[in-house]
Design a protein around this ligand. Structure first.
Ligand SMILES: [Cu+2]
Length: 147
C-alpha cells in the first residue's frame, strides 16, 4: 500500500518525465514583418522580413505582423527546391498548386498579427506573400533551418 508521501514522490517523478520530451524539442520563435508604402511612404516596393532568418530544426513559431495601413498580406512557407517558383503572369501570383506549400498565415488584415506553428526539417525555405502582385513587388525572403 502506498502512503501519501511515496504517492506524491511518484507523481512528481511521473510529471517530470512527461515534461522532459517537450523541453528537449525546443521551439524557435521567428518574427515576420510585412510592410508597404502605406506604412512607410519612402518605400518603393513591398517587403517581408524574418528575424532571425535561420533557426534550428524542430518547432518553429512564426509570429507574423502585417504593418500595412490598408493592404491585406499573408505569409506562406515554401520549401526551396533550388529553382524559381512557378509563376502565373496573368494572375500575378506564384502557382500554389505547383510549389511545396508547407503552411500559411492567410489574409492578415492591415495592422493584424497571426501565429503559424510548423515543425520544420533542416533545409532552405522561402517565405512569400502571394496576394496578387506582391511576390514580384518584393514580399519574399529566404529562411534556413539547420540541424
Ligand atoms: Cu502582401
Amino acid at each position: 500500500m502506498l502512503n501519501l508521501r511515496s504517492f506524491l514522490a511518484l507523481t512528481t517523478i511521473a510529471s517530470t518525465i512527461s515534461v522532459l520530451p517537450a523541453q528537449a524539442a525546443s521551439t524557435s520563435t521567428v518574427r515576420v514583418e510585412m510592410r508597404d508604402a502605406t506604412d512607410d511612404p519612402s518605400m518603393k516596393n513591398m517587403e517581408m522580413m524574418a528575424e532571425p532568418q535561420s533557426v534550428k530544426a524542430g518547432q518553429v513559431s512564426f509570429e507574423v505582423s502585417n504593418k500595412s495601413k490598408s493592404i491585406v498580406h499573408e505569409m506562406i512557407v515554401v520549401a526551396d527546391l533550388g529553382v524559381a517558383l512557378p509563376y502565373d503572369e496573368k494572375k500575378s501570383k506564384v502557382i500554389e498548386s505547383k510549389i511545396k506549400h508547407l503552411g500559411e498565415a492567410s489574409d492578415l488584415a492591415p495592422g493584424s498579427k497571426k501565429t503559424l506553428k510548423l515543425k520544420l526539417k533542416p533545409g532552405n525555405y522561402i517565405l512569400i506573400c502571394n496576394q496578387s502582385g506582391h511576390y514580384h513587388q518584393g514580399m519574399t525572403t529566404s529562411f534556413t533551418v539547420t540541424k
